[in-house]
Design a protein. Sequence first.
Length: 464
Amino acid sequence: MEHFAEPYRIKVVEPINLISREEREQRIREAHFNIFNVKSRHVFIDLLTDSGTGAMSDNQWAGMMLGDEAYAQCANYEHFESTLRDVFGFKYFIPVHQGRVAENLLFSNIVKPGDYIPNNTHFDTTRANTLHKGGYPVDLICSEARDPHSQYPFKGNMDVARLEEFIREKGAAKIPACFLTVTNNSTGGQPVSMANIRATKEVLDKFGIPLYFDAARFAENAYFIQQREAGYKDRTIIDIVREMFSYGDGVLMSAKKDGLVNMGGFIGINDAELEEKITNLMILIEGFRTYGGLAGRDLEAIARGIYEALDPRYLEFRTKQVKLLGEELMKRGVPIIEPTGGHAVFINAGEFLPNIPPSEFPGQSVVIALYREGGIRSCEIGSIMFESKDPTTGKSEYAPYELVRLAVPRRVYTNAHLMHVALCMEKIRDYKDKLVGFDIVHQSKYLRHFTLKLEEKKSVRTSV
């Protein structure tokens, strides 16, 4: 890869500390081998998530000083609303404190028990909120995504033919909405093409089903469209974004990703009746309509961060930095989901550790090895997160891939930090045959990966 440099200067630094290997071993055992239970001060490089972990700009911090903390109709909401209308184009924007609340508010008003919610691929909270309301999350990812080494440029796409088939099979009355997650987090941060967005909308319009976007990483998706899709090379990022959302009936966003803030999100819709229903519930559980559980200063930071995320210089560096990490891992014989996406590198733990079956969670084996080796926190995106039960037989259905996500926080780590990650994985590669799997000894009903307790297997499995 050609040389590239950060399109910003670093003004403030935060010390981080790599604790000793002996202490790391103690901390991970105290955490019952659940990386979510490890204290931040015991982590050297934190790639658990890119949600709310980015660095805000001087412009955003300056805006924080302009926070109007009036309970109703604060000045920052006006800026927030005008920015979102300019970028996303919907009539109504409802602030919330993060994306899963947006999901809860919407699904509480549209999903009935027995309904189906198709998506290119649900992520954990979208899936959990659908299940919590008695619905069924249905993933309809394109066939190209099933090959982890395929270089197809839009592996986040919806399988449009299967979507239409599914609607005819279940009936439109049982499908209150369809979602597109851009970029598609669960399949490796892979983008969705504009052609696929249009085709999805055309199918849904046949049946009168609204299209919603999970837009947490909308700017990265727009950048990939500009770079990879014919006819968009000379279009600006904001114009591509406006076209993307012109095909939607609504949007949910965790602004903690491409909003470049540490807290916040929103719902954007055009339906006045639905907006009133959502508002009434939001006032009950989140706060008044113009703050939605956020401070005025948070709304201001979102308004400024949304525009900053559209900067092509920032997006070029962002995607190149993620690509660099992926290339350094592959050089060292570590298989990943290819091509690299916008926000993370996904290690293919099932391929890396073929002797550990899905029932023993090879992704978690890599997660724990990374912490032990280099104080690196990452996230299992496999059968711990996405195992399901067949409703008829009760048999476990494991995730299609056992992955480990290395989510890169925005504007936080340098390339030298990421080289530390690659070098640690190189060391792990050399003793990977000694890694063992895990058993679950405690779990919750929903989103079990946040709270579970694990027990390490005693010996190495010699065959699967």
